[in-house]
Write a protein that binds this ligand. Structure first.
Ligand code: FES
Length: 166
């Protein structure tokens, strides 16, 4: 498998930064970088990572099945993660998630028909003081009300023709 120039450069830096004999430690970031480009961890991706890192398919499959941020199916162009853990829940995180489900017409792990948005209810994302918190791809959003959510969705829809932002 060949990736974009940018992704190949990231993968090369990742491998170069590992001490000899410790390539395995590049497994999670390598999967994330590739997922950013491909959209999901496909069987072809698993095979490619095995070859590049000299690890077994079982090693890769174990990691993919453990980490929820690694996906077998493609997410939307904008992957929305809303925290409903305790701190966010106390300030409206669960209501925000329900609002997002209604607004987008999808549920947990759903993808809109146009492939623009996917939605996930997640545990703490480390922004407990600024809840309700959510993440869109790698960007954090704090104190998100339903109104703020709706405005953001409209902005992202307007931005829809641009390249995948991850
Ligand atoms: S509980 Fe929501 S970010 Fe920590």
């Amino acid at each position: 498998m060949k990736f974009s120039e940018q992704t190949e450069a990231r993968l090369a830096r990742l491998i170069e930064s590992r001490p000899p004999g410790h390539l395995r430690s590049a497994l999670v970031p390598m999967l994330l970088f590739i997922q950013d480009e491909v959209g999901a961890i496909t069987p072809e991706v698993v095979e490619e990572v095995c070859q590049r890192l000299g690890v077994s398919r079982r090693d890769v499959e174990e990691v993919v099945s453990y980490y929820s941020m690694l996906r077998r199916k493609p997410a939307g162009r904008y992957h929305i993660q809303i925290c409903t853990n305790i701190s966010c829940m106390l300030v409206g995180g669960a209501e925000l998630f329900e609002h997002a489900c209604r607004k987008l017409g999808i549920g947990h792990h759903g993808v809109t028909e146009d492939g623009m948005f996917s939605l996930e209810e997640v545990e703490c994302i480390g922004a407990c003081c600024w809840g309700p918190a959510m993440q869109v791809n790698y960007d954090y959003h704090h104190h998100v009300t339903p109104e703020v959510f709706d405005r953001l969705i409209e902005q992202l829809r307007d931005n829809g023709g641009k390249a995948r932002e991850r």
